[in-house]
Design a protein. Sequence first.
Length: 747
Amino acid sequence: MLVDTSIAHYLVLSEDPIEIALRRITSNKSRVVFVVNNNGVLIGSLTDGDFRRWIVGTEKPMLSAHCSILANHNCIFLKEGDSYPADDLIFSTRIGIVPIVDHLHRVVAIGRPRTPNFSIGARHISRDSPVFVVAEIGINHNGSLEVAKQLVDAAANAGADCAKFQMRDMDTLYRAGAFGFSGEDLGVEYTLDLLGDMYLSHNDLLKALDYVREVGLTPLCTPWDEKSAELLVEYGLPALKISSADLTNHRLLQFAVSSHRPVILSTGMSSEAEIVEAVNVLRHGTSPYALLHCNSTYPSPFGDIRLGYMDRLAEIGNCLVGYSGHERGHHVSVAAVARGARIIEKHITLDRNGRGSDNIVSLEPHEFARMVREIRDTEVAIPAEGPRLISQGERTNRITLAKSIVAKYDLAVGHEITEQDLQVRSPGRGLQPNMRSKLIGISLRRPIKAGDFFYETDIAPPMTRARPYFFTRQWGLPVRFHDYKDLMKQSNPNFLEFHLSYRDLAIDIKTAIPDRLDSDLIVHSPDLFQNDLILDLAADDLGVRTASVKALDSVIMFTKRLRERFLGPNPPKIIVSMGGSSKDRPLPHKVRPKMYERIIETLDSLDLSDVDLAAQTLPPFPWYLGGQRFCNLFVDPVEIANFSGRFGVKICFDTSHAMLACNHHHWSFSTYLETVGPYISHLHIADAAGVDGEGLQINSGEIDFPALGRQLRTVAPHASFIPEIWQGHKNEGADIWLALERLEHLL
């Protein structure tokens, strides 16, 4: 059984209203609270089942009634200090936690069944939670509290979860007393000499732990003796880390695992038999524990590390495992995460050339930061639940790189497809070659020209066909120059939104649009230009920014010429992804204001007369040049609203991009829309899932479209829109028509 002394979320006073009890039950997620009097004496338990039965059996239940009314006065409890029975004799599907009372019957702790998972302070550690990264400072502070604080700052800036120190009571730890050298081996003499120069007093060490809390990290410390362990428990340390040197020190282990706080034990320089003995000690305590695989040499030869032993360690301990690394570099720690480590401990130093063996195996701050980044990347890359799915980025590349079945000849409606009618060609816009057998024998429902793609709709039941659609706001179609005629004649759009490639800017407009169109015009600027230029008006690199200005200027000039082919009354809109993405990492928040200012400086240099520019909201992980990048601008709704409100640039609100941002950052989608709503002039509407599943068909992802429609009527009633379904234009716009069908009564 595990004992937890953090009990505030499990207690209510007898005179508290029942509403308070319900809130506590919700927050503690254990389906129960314990009712106590003003002195903390246990009166009874109150479960969610007790509440439901009371609601059903009471004529006029009132949430303001006192908790004592519902309390079960015969609840099971345990007494502090007693020998607790085995978990299966206490806990069941009905009983998940029990109160532990002292000799005055006051609740002092709760007991819960042992599980591999546990929490250190506010940080949960489990197989599903992020890896807990410990920056081991050890004695790299060189005996200076100021240096210790600098190392804590470095750990925080590097992204560590925890900063850890070591505490020794030298008078009781060594047989010759504090820094006694008489009769000791050379190695011990060296260690004692080193500690004498780099010792931090207990008072200064506790100040260092206080500072760890101040900067927002979890403080940990390794006690090297029982006196230090007692002091750290009295101090209120949230967990204890026991070093490999004390794996066989069963008295220290017993103290640690009876301290009602998690214990992390390193297993270096120990045999398997000794590890088994230590685990038996841990199992008889009341604290959760984890084992760290470790090789206690400084630096450890790579051939001696044997990372695969973590699997055996997990079997022995029936617990979470981690890795404490003393090798050069950080790549083995990253590999340990891939092997299942849920805790990574690595030394950090300000100068690897400093004294002592710890410095040799330590990482300097920039190296530690890189390790943390690579750990986070690795843990994101590991999950493999469910079948193999094609990612959104792969779908994009599949169109470019894969192959499709195309018609070898012109084929008429009603033609029965034969093997001789088909051939395989790139790109991969249509049915994949493995669908060839399903096409043979099908009677065509549409005419197909030689070289045209076959689509899923050719072998599926009849698809949704275009018709006139009616909305309370202006709506349009996403088009290219090769398909706008066919799409436009099938329905009644108010405008066309041309999604340009940079090659389109060189076409002859009168040839592409020979007749003037009774429609308004919107242009979606290319993101990618010649020589792999990704449009970036916020770039720090002046060359990139200058090239981006030139590229956008060409889009503006092209739009003005294109406008002459349209009879609609409104000036053309230009939708622009303004830039600000990065290749390897998200950029720090502090650099973003300057990036937004660069955009405005850039826009001021352009001739925007007779056009309306709109900045597109962006997803956290866009796809450019066949790979994923990181968006830094036009993702955060507060930043977007501040930018638009300050500089007067309107917004193209992409529902899919916004949903992905909300999923990634755990934001409210409705709050996002409420924040940017006043600045929206245009909408791209599609569904989304996860953090990079964009452009999905309406009602196939996570967006609540009825709620979206209601909110848009309030916050952006006049904004125009297009359905922005990924590859929606294929197959005569089949997915566009389906999207409009589903949206018609919502917008």
